[in-house]
Design a binder for this molecule. Structure first.
Ligand SMILES: Nc1nc2c(ncn2[C@@H]2O[C@H](COP(=O)(O)OP(=O)(O)OP(=O)(O)O)[C@@H](O)[C@H]2O)c(=O)[nH]1
Ligand SMILES: [Mg+2]
Length: 201
């Protein structure tokens, strides 16, 4: 996908802060530090548009980005960081739950895991929640560059067996190399009717 424009729209914590729902939207979720922001920057071809944090679990906001005036991407706060107090976990649940339930323009939820860890309990809970929310789940395993070709092959097999998926059901991504970027855009484009062709339309 050729990026003609990618802009930060706003951040917020509750429905009153959500930007106007005028474009199809895709949200990005994953464990803290999994590489969400890096993945979004790679998708949008912007190095620092989404802040890559040095202290995981600190960003407790939803942030929206508009791409090519045709699709909205929403960065969700990371979950599962051990040092986050229980109260914060509750507020995460409420904030993200409200968003997933009420955001009418939201079409898909990208659930991102570290390829070395695979899909764990809280990742799978999110994937499973998609059905009841009429959201298309998109499964992504990132940081693939951290593995050798052989290790990656073995991890792909193990992850697919664990979640009962085919290797083509999951997008194998690397923010470092750009692996999987076109495929992820193709999936998003297939849902949002966004043109993923390189030629500007
Ligand atoms: N090698 C490699 N490193 C990555 C990749 N993606 C992210 N990282 C690194 O992983 C760390 C966390 O990346 P972020 O993109 O900030 O992760 P995040 O999920 O947004 O983190 P929080 O917002 O804090 O939950 C950073 O040091 C990144 O440089 C990748 O594909 N390959
Ligand atoms: Mg982040």
């Amino acid at each position: 996908m050729k990026i003609r424009s990618a802009d930060f729209v706003k951040s917020g914590t509750r429905p009153a802060h959500f930007p106007e729902a005028v474009l199809p939207e895709v949200a990005f979720a994953g464990r803290s530090n999994v590489g969400k922001s890096s993945l979004m920057n790679r998708l949008m071809e912007r190095k620092r548009l989404v802040k890559v944090s040095s202290t995981p679990g600190r960003t407790q906001l939803l942030s929206w980005f508009r791409v090519n005036d045709s699709v909205m991407l929403c960065d969700l706060p990371g979950y599962g960081f051990a040092k986050v107090p229980v109260g914060l976990r509750e507020s995460w649940r409420k904030m993200v739950g409200d968003y997933l339930e009420r955001r009418d323009s939201l079409l898909a939820l990208v659930v991102i895991v570290d390829v070395r860890r695979g899909f764990e309990e809280d990742d799978l809970q999110l994937v499973e929640a998609c059905a009841g929310l009429s959201l298309q789940p998109i499964l992504v395993a990132t940081k693939c560059d951290k593995l050798s070709r052989n290790e990656l092959f073995n991890r792909q097999g193990a992850i697919c067996r664990a979640v009962g998926a085919d290797v083509r059901d999951i997008v194998w991504f690397s923010s470092e190399s750009g692996k999987g970027r076109d495929e992820l855009w193709a999936r998003i484009g297939g849902l949002t009717s966004t043109s993923t062709a390189d030629a500007p339309t």
